[in-house]
Design a binder for this molecule. Sequence first.
Ligand SMILES: [Zn+2]
Length: 262
Amino acid sequence: MKTWIPDERFLPYRTWKEVDALPKDKTLIVLPTAAIEQHGHHLPLATDTLLNNYLLGHALRKLPPDLHIYALAPVCYGKSNEHLGYPGTFSLSRDTFIATLRDLGRSLHAGGFRKLVFFNSHGGNHALIDVMARDLRAELDLTTFCLFGGGGASGLSEQEAKFGFHAGEVETALLLDATPELVHTDRYTVNYIRKVGDPGTLLPEFAYATYAWLTRDIAPSGVMGDPNPATAENGRRWCSEMSSRIAAALVEMYAFEHPSRP
Ligand SMILES: [Zn+2]
């Protein structure tokens, strides 16, 4: 898999003696979590995994060099059962995903580290990561953090900002910048599950009244959004803005102490 993570920030490139010599109490370890799943007719299965690495890699390059913040190898497979039935989607069950995060958290703890951040780029993992961050805090006394993507993309239409959440303009633009050779610009499909201003309050997500959805229920092509306006130029700008926000959050997490700690 392509990587944008700088070698000096990639923990698996070190020896165990080098890792042992790190200031473990304050070192912040980043565990990327993503997915291998359908992303419409025009984007690769690895979209969430590539975007995770691309945004995190740019963020890590913006950190002050003296901070001990390192990325682990990613958990590329996520809980993607909403996309099952689309060939190429490989999903972990809820229990397997949770057990994987718990085992990696335990390994981190056994190595003497105390601070872990999940950097997640797949919506289907979101709820489970919240659960595991709390559980690892409670079970192992780790200081845990959640970082979901890079915040919103500026300048989107209201329609795309609200209902463009899978293989739409933002993901397409970011990959047009990161890996243009993997974006099939002649195969775009457009699908909105509803229009801004449509009556009713029941939504698939991001609302107080939601329904559980499978992709086949709401988006036969696999796309939720409109990739047509995507440009590499916007992708580059959004990467810059998002990676700056991610870097700022990592710096804040690095300095964070629970107020109750002596
Ligand atoms: Zn995606």
